[in-house]
Design a protein around this ligand. Structure first.
Ligand code: CP
Ligand code: NVA
Length: 349
């Protein structure tokens, strides 16, 4: 329920900030004129969010800076060359100091323990903008993209995304419909890294099955499997080494770079180990994917893991997926930073 609430709120953020993206069928209730009078929530008014990024970013940085602006706040980008963290100061002291002067921290780190340390000592919410183990905000954007394209999977080609006339759509108080998504078979072909790890702990809980192909030596680490088992997700996961077997029956095929940030020194070895794992039309045809399969990739992308035919072809949802980083991040910031003090007060009383 929490994930669906976040996704529904993401759609609301998108509609209210960019009403011209609204499907034709809803123009009357969401007219441009009506929207000119509406504002996104200003829950970050007079508030600052620290963007503590020790690694590069295009999407996550853009999504967070622009959505803080829309929510009425100030985003303070702190790159690894800008502050004392990691050179002269510990995560513990940094968390206390930054948290003392801001209302939230969105942190992109190397080792996941750094996020845990920041969260432990920060007086304000700390959200994960990517660590070596997890990339939670990416999975929200992926799920929103799949829900918005539910009509492609449900084979009801006349139904527009968020069409309120569909009987199965439930409307929330703001009139937002999150299109229902049938249970999907999602294949992941490639490196077992942060993006896959969050898929492992999320998709099975939402009723989707996951089929993963990755070389044995790149199997997800123990702390990820522990969490997978703790959440009961293991039953929804097939794991093997053969990419063709993994894409069997796949409605969606997903991959990520074979060389994540920080692994540049392993490049030659990794290119050798992942040879044969490139996502192509031929791989999915021979493996027996659903003929209408769609493609997701968190980006940035290299040709190693997916060829141009798939990446730029009609199956690819990668650019709507990238756009959705913004609306999902905006929803997360609104609920978990902008309204955090309201929740904290409610919890105290
Ligand atoms: N997908 C993603 O997190 O992209 P960036 O590294 O550019 O933020
Ligand atoms: N696995 C990639 C994801 C980038 C968004 C990395 O960590 O570099």
């Amino acid at each position: 329920p929490q994930i669906n609430r976040l996704l529904t709120h993401s759609l609301h953020c998108k509609r209210i900030s960019k009403p011209w993206l609204e499907p034709q069928s809803r123009k009357s209730s969401y007219s441009k004129q009506k929207h000119q009078l509406k504002m996104p929530s200003q829950s970050l008014f007079n508030k600052t969010v620290a963007l503590l990024f020790s690694k590069r970013s295009t999407r996550t940085r853009l999504a967070s800076e622009t959505s803080v602006t829309l929510l009425g706040g100030k985003a303070l980008f702190l790159g690894k060359e800008d502050i004392q963290l990691g050179v002269n100061e510990t995560p513990r002291d940094t968390a206390r100091v930054i948290g003392g002067m801001t209302e939230g921290i969105f942190a992109r780190v190397g080792k996941h323990e750094e996020i845990e340390e920041l969260a432990k000592y920060s007086p304000v919410p700390v959200l994960n903008a990517l660590s070596d183990l997890w990339h939670p905000t990416q999975i929200l954007a992926d799920l929103l993209t799949l829900h918005e394209h539910a009509h492609l999977f449900n084979n009801t080609k006349t139904q527009q995304p968020s069409d309120p006339s569909s009987p199965s759509q439930k409307r929330n108080k703001k009139g937002i419909y999150l299109p229902d998504l049938r249970p999907l078979t999602v294949a992941y072909v490639g490196d077992s890294a942060n993006v896959l790890h969050d898929m492992l702990v999320t998709y099975p809980r939402l009723g989707h099955s996951l089929r993963v192909a990755s070389p044995l030596k790149y199997r997800a680490p123990k702390e990820v499997w522990n969490r997978v088992e703790e959440l009961g997700c293991d039953k929804g996961i097939w794991w093997g080494e053969d990419p063709k077997e993994a894409v069997s029956g796949a409605d969606v095929v997903v991959t990520d770079t074979w060389i994540s940030m920080g692994q540049e020194a392993e490049k030659a070895q990794r290119l050798q180990d992942f040879n044969g794992y490139q996502v192509t039309e031929a791989l999915c045809r021979e493996g027996g994917a659903n003929p209408d399969w769609k493609f997701l990739h968190c980006l940035p992308r290299k040709q190693d893991e997916v060829d141009d035919e798939v990446f730029y072809g009609p199956r690819s949802l990668v650019f709507p997926e990238a756009d959705n980083r913004k609306w999902t991040t905006m929803a997360v910031f609104d609920l978990f930073i902008g309204r955090w003090d309201i929740h904290a007060e409610a919890n105290e009383s």
